[in-house]
Design a protein around this ligand. Sequence first.
Ligand SMILES: [Zn+2]
Length: 465
Amino acid sequence: MKLRSFFSAFLLVLAANAQNDEEIIKNIYANSLTKGMSYQWLDHLSNEIGGRLSGSKGAHDAVEYTKAELESIGLDKVWLQPVMVPYWIRGEKETGYFLTNGNRHEMNICALGGSVATPEQGTEGQVIEVHGINEMKDLGAEMIKGKIVFFNRPMEPTLIHTFQAYGGCVDQRYAGAMEAGKLGAKGVIVRSMTLRLDNYPHTGAMTYGDLPVEKRVPSAAISTRDAEALSAALKKDPGLTINFRQRCEKLEDVESFNVIGEITGSEFPNEIIIVGGHLDSWDLGDGSHDDGAGVVQSMEVLRMLKQAGIEPKRTIRVVLFMNEENGLRGGRKYAEVAKSKNEHHIMALESDSGGFTPRGFSFDCSDEEFEQIKSWEPLFKPYLIHYFEKGGSGADIGPLKTEGMVLAGLRPDSQRYFDHHHTSIDTFDAVNKRELELGAATMTSLIYLYDKYGLKNQLQLPIKN
Ligand SMILES: [Zn+2]
């Protein structure tokens, strides 16, 4: 064959492939939007099981439920991977108030995950407002000792990617109590991580590091509206006192599980692609957005591949990670076992940014890999999926990262995510069925393409079509 005719034949095959991909992706979206299972699964997880904090009955039930559902969709293998997880319980509902000029203002608060309890009668004292850990350190132990530190740095509203705004102030929630404890504070109150002004306190993980037990002070989140009220009251009455009470407790670690299922690859079974989310959630709501949505979308990827009769060349594995919220033990365990078995993971996709309208993905990979992935972007255009950027992926898959492996995160619209994140209003009614299904289809399409073309071989003609 002459070079020229060989080249046109090559282009013809490429074009046929592209058309075929368009068709297949169209069917994936149609399937998700008309015969999808994601919303029904989420309904059960949220409304029948509810909150799934590590160690809780909800977490246990979610393991049993998702394992049974994965078995019902006819995967080649489904199994549980044991992992020891922390077990922290909230106890009685928290209360708090501040007193100024003889008036008592009730505050909506909740304990941060991992915090110690206050004494039975609550922690009481004068308040010092700061806008970050460094500002507190600059004030020094003299100013902080014996006081309740009020971290009141808001999320930055001008950042369009709200996860960046979150990243810009979550250190006060995570490490505020540890740092305040070192300076002799009595307790810590942290402004909730949301852009909205409302009455819902947002819980979330915090740490004491290796601070000695006697320096560990109770730490609570306060709703943004109450944070504003407290800040305004402090300006008029810097000597005002607050009292907050929480009865949380850290118990012994317990055994839990990552839930895993796979379709074994037909040509390259040793090349593993994983898709996942985290099965645990906070306890205040039912964790529908964080991360029930990512769980059911990931399950849906494998169900839809099977239903479409697509036989993946590579092994496609769904991993429902335990304990992302307060320990990341599931993600670490999965990576540890994969390493000990010498498993070859080539790609991991996580959905852990809520069940909102998908916009695209961010990829943690090399420039060269990214260029190849970008070449698939036009296939997503009909579904208004346009965001293909380099960036972070997901917490659970982070520990898996090795050279040459691509990590990716589904990127839904993030404007409303932090309205619900870690609160009592992260509930099923806050998830839109169609948006959830679009996300599942978007993930399935990426996995389909990745399996079909791989990366380094992308320009070679696929063996099967
Ligand atoms: Zn999450």
